[in-house]
Design a protein around this ligand. Structure first.
Ligand code: FAD
Ligand code: DHB
Length: 401
């Protein structure tokens, strides 16, 4: 089998890449190690930067997003006794959208399959071979047990953090910079109307909490928990009690409801560079991970893919490798900006581990920082620009191109 671009992984990065390539008349084949149902059901991100929404809308993928998603013009930052709103349009002229990654993935699958996209689901033993030659290949065993080989002009590694693409790049030419955080997030999806109109990011001595949502009837909430905590330790009652304590505010109450899904995710910052080796190009979580506090992971995947699709288009349609040659350096600028903001938000909002000898001092620093960030217009503008992605679009000039 032969194709122009072989794509490993059909998460949001791989699916959107195949869509943007197809729009330029470039053919691709995707190889995914899970089933479509599994990929669609994976509950993760919820917040899209305005630039990500523009990318999706320009690509003809915005119809349901605009109908069922909701524009959010701000967030609340809370610490005990105080809840402050940051008004994004006022502070930086932009907004964000709340639209579940599950919905975006579904939209992408529907559109890709309607356009005849070839996707091998439930592939095993996936390998990228000869990526540094002119004839890279993807080899795998398909769901019927047959060995397959896809010869490609280019390979896109969109297989997330645990995929095979990043590991294909020799360790001798990769630099990894990372940070592990001494806590994790417990996330729930609950069948209950959100108790808030906009997201609440709450600092509390017991740990961080986040109130997000998916629709008028479904809420998404997170709790900071111990790194090695087990979801079996968290009954629904215990989760709701902790959420109610951490979000407590006079005159406001948290509605609880049945949980539809719950799980614990560790948190890390991780960047592997370069994002290219020969004819293999990495995009999304395959190359970098941010802690979820800044809501940046999916947005970064979308930004990478938009850039990669444009660069591949230039190479295939105009015979120019200029943008492909710049892809890694250009993409990494935004990656580091998002990595910085996610680390900054995470450090400000998560209470230090109980055994940290500096815990008391650090908590006081966090409260002081939160007072500044909610009191100074300059500081609020900084949060607004970063959260909406405006600062990142500015740095890389993505929207201007
Ligand atoms: P993935 O979604 O991981 O997709 C990779 C695909 O490759 C998967 O389908 C996988 O099955 C497949 N694959 C893996 N290995 C192989 C293999 N060997 N062969 C073939 N296929 C393979 N981001 C935000 O922007 N905003 C948020 O609000 C936000 N909240 C989050 C909350 C949580 C709890 C978590 C966990 C993440 C959150 N993120 C958020 C991050 C976001 O979900 C990810 O950054 C995003 O899924 C990255 O997309 P991707 O396509 O690069 O990777
Ligand atoms: C969601 C996740 C995040 O990490 C975040 O910062 C905001 C919202 C969510 O799942 O809705």
């Amino acid at each position: 089998m032969r194709t122009q671009v072989g794509i490993v992984g059909s998460g949001p990065a791989g699916l959107l890449l195949s869509h943007l390539l197809a729009q330029q008349g470039i053919e691709s084949v995707m190889v995914e190690d899970r089933s479509r149902e599994y990929v669609e059901a994976r509950v993760r991100a919820g917040v899209l930067e305005h630039g990500a929404v523009k990318t999706l809308t320009d690509a003809g993928l915005g119809e349901r997003l605009h109908r069922e998603g909701s524009r959010h013009d701000g967030i609340y930052l809370q610490f005990p006794g105080e809840r402050h709103r940051l008004d994004f349009p006022d502070l930086c002229g932009e907004s964000v959208w709340v639209y579940g990654q599950t919905e975006l993935t579904r939209d992408l699958f529907v559109s890709r399959l309607a356009h005849g996209q070839q996707i091998y689901f439930e592939a095993s033993d996936v390998h990228i071979v000869d990526a540094d030659s002119d004839q890279p290949r993807i080899t795998f065993i398909d769901s019927d047990g047959h060995a397959q080989v896809i010869e490609c002009d280019y390979v896109a590694g969109c297989d997330g953090f645990h995929g095979v693409s990043r590991a294909t790049i020799p360790e001798s030419i990769r630099t990894v910079r990372e940070r592990h955080y001494p806590f994790a997030w417990l996330g729930i999806l609950a069948q209950v109307a959100p108790s808030t109109d906009e997201l609440i990011y709450a600092w509390h001595p017991d740990g961080f909490a986040l109130h997000s949502m998916r629709s008028d009837t479904v809420s998404r909430l997170y709790l900071q928990v111990e790194l090695d905590d087990d979801i079996a330790n968290w009954s629904d009652d215990r989760i709701w009690d902790n959420l109610a304590t951490r979000f407590a505010l006079d005159g406001w109450s948290l509605e609880s409801g049945p949980t539809l899904e719950k799980g614990i995710t560790p948190m890390r910052s991780y960047v592997s560079a370069p994002m290219r080796w020969g004819r293999l190009f990495l995009a999304g979580d395959a190359s970098h991970i941010v802690p979820p506090t800044g809501a940046k992971g999916l947005n970064l995947a979308i930004a990478d893919v938009r850039r990669l699709a444009e660069a591949m288009g230039h190479a295939v349609l105009h015979g120019s490798d200029d943008l492909l040659n710049r892809y890694s350096d250009d993409a990494l600028q935004r990656v580091w900006q998002s990595t910085y903001f996610s680390w900054w938000m995470t450090s400000m909002l998560h209470t230090p581990a109980a055994n940290d000898p500096d815990a008391d001092f650090l908590r006081q620093m966090q409260i002081t920082q939160l007072r500044y960030v909610t009191g100074s217009r300059a500081a609020m503008e900084t949060v607004a620009e970063n959260y909406t992605g405006k600062s990142m679009d500015g740095i890389e000039g993505l929207l201007a191109r």
